[in-house]
Ligand binder design. Structure first.
Ligand code: SPV
Ligand code: MG
Length: 287
């Protein structure tokens, strides 16, 4: 009989691995393919979940919609989802509700960032204004106070570098966030190299683990990042970008040749789709 999949907590995965590699996804299929490839956790990306609806990553979807996407991913895989919860969907009260709902849905880790609500994606060329340190500390304290198990893990993300405030501000903020109870800090940079993150790591006292999202500095290997002091590397959107490339190539090729003949050797069989659906196990129920 098919059982609901179980999964370890993100906290336990981090405790057992000096470096955790995480892949971004927006649905259960993407999450499952990340697991299949050997990633140890899945990032339920706000950029991807919004883009899957052809909407900007601008706090347009509701918490319920993001939670549903994360929960769909979590129920399909045996590794933990790390849910990108933007700003916590509002003020301190929204954060408490968010933690209650995510934890109840079986999500063991959330990430919350110190931008103003409503937020805009970090790479959008608009002003990226931050919440004050005391206000974000209150949100973190509310999140930690609202969790009902010791396992639940809260990542505090600073957008100080994204908003152009520099490494000093990022260190000051992450120190305050760790003191407020954050289980890890995420320092996000949009520089074309890793120099800001290296400077941050040089000054970070290691009181909680550091998470990075190396979208704009892809040459830095996860192994080298770990050697420099990083504990979690998130490949946040490469899967979705690859999907767009693959769908465009496939649809254009079919249109060009007026048949699907040219692409048949390049795409998986329907049988492989059945395998991802665990169809054999489902049909066995009635056999
Ligand atoms: C996401 O994947 O939604 C992230 C990372 O938060 S970024 O798009 O770089 O802001
Ligand atoms: Mg996001």
């Amino acid at each position: 009989m098919i059982k609901r999949l179980s999964h370890p907590s993100f906290r336990s995965v981090l405790a057992e691995n000096p470096l955790v590699r995480v892949a971004g996804a927006h649905d259960a299929l993407g999450a499952k393919l990340a697991e299949e490839a050997g990633f140890q956790a899945v990032w339920s990306s706000s950029l991807e979940v919004s883009a899957a609806r052809c909407l900007p990553d601008a706090s347009l979807l509701s918490m319920t919609e993001y939670l549903q996407a994360a929960a769909h991913m979590q129920s399909a895989i045996g590794i933990p989802v790390v849910a990108d919860c933007d700003t916590g969907y509002g003020n301190t009260l929204n954060v408490v509700h968010m933690v209650h709902e995510y934890e109840a849905a079986g999500i063991t880790a959330v990430c919350m960032e110190d931008k103003l609500y409503p937020k805009m994606n970090s790479f959008a060329e608009v002003s990226q204004d931050l919440l004050s340190i005391p206000d974000f500390v209150r949100k973190l304290e509310a999140a930690k106070g609202a969790q009902s198990t010791e396992e639940f893990f809260v990542i505090a993300r600073t957008e100080a570098l994204i908003s152009g405030l520099g490494v000093d501000e990022a260190v000051t903020r992450c120190t305050a966030y760790a003191e407020a109870g954050a289980d890890a800090v995420l320092v996000h940079s949009k520089q074309p190299t890793n120099w800001q993150v290296l400077e941050f790591l040089d000054r970070w006292d290691g009181r909680v683990p550091v998470v990075i999202v190396p979208t704009t500095y892809p040459d830095w290997t996860a192994t080298d990042a770990a050697a420099a002091g990083v504990s979690v590397v998130i490949y946040a959107n490469q899967g979705m970008r690859a999907t767009v490339t693959a769908l465009r190539d496939t649809f254009n090729a079919i249109q060009r040749s007026d048949s699907s003949r040219p692409i048949e050797d390049d795409v998986v069989s329907v049988k492989e789709i059945f395998a991802l659906q665990r169809l054999d196990e489902w049909t066995a129920i009635e056999a």
